[in-house]
Design a protein around this ligand. Structure first.
Ligand SMILES: Nc1nc2c(ncn2[C@@H]2O[C@H](COP(=O)(O)OP(=O)(O)OP(=O)(O)O)[C@@H](O)[C@H]2O)c(=O)[nH]1
Ligand SMILES: [Mg+2]
Length: 662
């Protein structure tokens, strides 16, 4: 920052952090924006670094048509007249190379604590506004567009998580600037992709704020119209340039909203660990709620970490309401709570939790009787929620709650609440229980697909595709869930991902792997016979294995055994509901192979038959074949690994068929 700006203490400073992978259009955006300000007489003063930046980029555009890769950090400061407000605004931009930024964003999780070398981390700490650049036309390598979207979505999600987690109530407004509009504005396919991308990012942002800040953030920072902006930075028309200015002015407004929001919240007292006496667990016991300290406040932010101001309310009237509900449930035995009732309980929990965290009641303001009532009501709520869970998970006859209905009810009870351990161990168990049910629900949905497809004997490829699509839907639900449990959520997401990959592998390869061995092969006849070679091979779907020779070895007068050259063989079996074992014998007299005999190995199929893997089971699978005096026992094992969620679905399938599917 240059000294010429230091005297303007009152003016607004917008220190803008940026992310955008290489070629996202960061440099061109900044260049065109500042140029536009200059052309329209809006710049009051600019730093030397700013002038240098403009000159360098102008030269580069003249010589090569574009700004060229940014290889070193550019510090750009400009004092600009606000288009609507009377005041001027000092913008402080950094231009950085996309390659470093992408690497730093990918590496965020591995940096513990403050790390000045990580540009993202540093900017999130120091800036008061952020632009996330994304080129939706993937103009650098259009052929890789799918991967480009996947990567930048993943990065956006990671970035959001990091920002919300790091900044807490000191909300950092992030604007998503989609560049190269002139390239894609008339391209239907890209417009559709853009819409989906923005929706997903928006969902993640809303979820992260709702979860972390309990909806005490300014609404504008998650307002889709305001934070997803599409621009063209090549100076095509004046309208295009105005859109660039609109991005900058939007940042000013969002920063103002965030600051206003912060002022309305109660400031904490020190930039050190703050310990609040909280009434827990409702004797007059005290629990410490520790707020993470922040090392340096962001620009323009008046104070360090702040905590939410609790709404003023009479806790007793809240208790009256919730007690009425709870008594009703007790009297009505097995009645399932309605969604509205669950919402009321959730409201109560949110209010009580916020109030207890931030406004510890002392003995004067809350009587012992109220404390006792509070304690009892939290216990009773936990009982009701646990009951809903039990009635989903365990067989409860007529009182069974279908999983889909129950999970959504649990979500309503528990959404938008932090870890409840400090307030009620029982309710914290309910939060954990929710994630178990969510997993069960995912497994149950797979089970239902497998069961239906099995009954209809439909093609296994279709069954795999349907399972995969269902898992993608479940993944979004898991991501969007507002129930506390980062670790449980992550574990479930990983389980879903592993299962999606399993389905994709099967669909792409149209086969699965296994090993097989001949356990025993014998011919016992009532008279001495010659030694006859046999072969066997396995046929399944579009594949068949090679021929495995069975060499005859005389055991006794009437008994001949057979052995294979190797102890076991690795095989690939095509996806199909049937596996055929074909056996041929050699005719020593005619000197030719006899017509092969076919044996169905899947008359008693395994649990994954609907997915085209009828031989697969958790354990080894043995099959016996008998034909005239020939007996063969073969064993299959070491199948392609099947993800745990699929086995859980198999478990559900047997539960559902015992009790009638919910
Ligand atoms: N047609 C069009 N081209 C653009 C637009 N924005 C940027 N470009 C071009 O896209 C290329 C990449 O833009 P840059 O601004 O250099 O990208 P960057 O994000 O700074 O890339 P790094 O410095 O490598 O991180 C350049 O050729 C730009 O001229 C736009 O809105 N429309
Ligand atoms: Mg650049």
């Amino acid at each position: 920052m240059t000294s010429q700006f230091r005297s303007h203490r009152d003016q607004k400073t917008i220190k803008v952090g940026i992310y955008g992978k290489t070629w996202a259009g960061k440099t061109r955006f900044l260049y065109q924006l500042i140029n536009y300000w200059e052309k329209t007489g809006r710049i009051i003063r600019k730093s030397q670094g700013c002038q240098k930046f403009l000159d360098t980029v102008a030269n580069s555009i003249k010589s090569s048509g574009g700004p060229g890769r940014t290889t070193e950090k550019q510090d750009i400061t400009a004092l600009v007249r606000h288009i609507k407000r009377k005041e001027s605004v000092k913008f402080h931009f950094l231009d950085l190379g996309g390659e470093f930024l992408a690497k730093d964003l990918d590496g965020l999780a591995s940096h513990a604590g403050d790390n000045d070398k990580n540009h993202i981390q540093r900017q999130v700490r120091e800036c008061n506004a952020y632009i996330f650049f994304f080129d939706p036309s993937s103009s650098e390598v259009p052929a890789d567009i799918d991967e480009h979207y996947r990567n930048e979505l993943r990065r956006a999600e990671k970035f959001i998580e990091y920002v919300v987690h790091t900044r807490e109530n000191e909300v950092l407004p992030v604007v998503f600037v989609l560049t190269h509009l002139d390239v894609w504005e008339n391209n239907e396919d890209i417009r559709k992709r853009v819409d989906e991308w923005c929706s997903k990012v928006h969902d993640e942002l809303s979820r992260a704020y709702a979860q972390k800040l309990k909806n005490l953030h300014p609404k504008s920072v998650v307002s889709r119209d305001r934070i997803f902006l599409f621009v063209s930075s090549i100076g095509r028309t004046q309208e295009d340039d105005k859109r660039l200015d609109h991005v900058a002015m939007e940042l000013v407004d969002l920063v103002a909203d965030s600051e206003r929001n912060l002022q309305q919240l109660r400031p904490s007292w020190r930039k050190v660990r703050v310990v609040l006496a909280v009434l827990v667990p409702f004797g007059v016991a005290v629990v410490a709620v520790i707020l993470q300290p922040r090392t340096s406040p962001p620009v323009g932010s008046p104070s360090p970490t702040q905590i939410a101001k609790p709404p003023k309310m009479d806790i007793r009237s809240k208790l009256d309401e919730v007690e009425m509900l709870l008594t009703g449930w007790q009297q009505q035995g097995t009645r399932i709570p309605t969604t509205d009732e669950a919402k009321k309980v959730n409201d109560f929990l949110r209010v009580v939790q916020g109030w207890m965290t931030t406004n510890p009641p002392d003995k004067q303001s809350v009587t012992e009787e109220t404390q006792q009532r509070l304690k009892e009501s939290l216990k009773s709520i936990a009982k009701v929620v646990s009951k809903v869970r039990e009635r989903m998970v365990e067989k409860a006859g007529d009182a069974t709650i279908p999983l889909d209905e129950g999970v959504s009810l649990l979500e309503t009870f528990l959404e938008n609440l932090p870890d409840l351990t400090p307030f009620s161990e029982e309710l914290a168990q309910c939060q954990k229980g929710y994630w178990q049910c969510k997993r069960l629900q995912v497994a149950d949905r797979i089970a239902r697909i497998m069961k239906r497809r099995d009954e209809l004997k439909s093609p296994c490829m279709d069954a795999l595709s349907e399972v995969k699509a269902e898992l993608e839907t479940a993944k979004q639900e898991v991501k969007n869930s507002l129930v506390y449990g980062a670790q449980d959520r992550q574990i479930l997401l990983e389980a879903i991902d592993a299962t999606v990959t399993f389905c994709e592998d099967r669909i792409n390869n149209e086969s699965y792997q296994a090993k097989f061995r001949v356990v025993s092969a014998k011919a016992i006849s009532d008279k001495r016979t010659g030694l006859v070679w046999h072969t066997l091979r396995l046929l399944s779907g579009k594949t068949h294995t090679g021929y495995f020779g069975l060499e005859p070895v005389r055991e006794s007068e009437r008994t001949v055994s057979y052995k294979t050259a190797k102890d076991s063989y690795e095989i690939a079996l095509g996806l199909d509901r049937r596996v055929i074992c074909e056996i041929s014998a050699y005719d020593n007299e005619k000197k030719q192979w006899q017509k092969p005999q076919e044996f169905d190995l899947t008359s008693d199929p395994g649990p994954l038959a609907a997915l085209g893997m009828p031989l697969v089971n958790r354990d080894r699978v043995t099959k016996a074949i008998r034909h005239q005096d020939f007996e063969l026992t073969i064993e299959f094992f070491e199948f392609s690994p099947v993800p745990e969620l699929i086995w859980e679905a198999v478990g559900r399938a047997s539960v559902n068929s015992e009790s009638g599917a919910p």
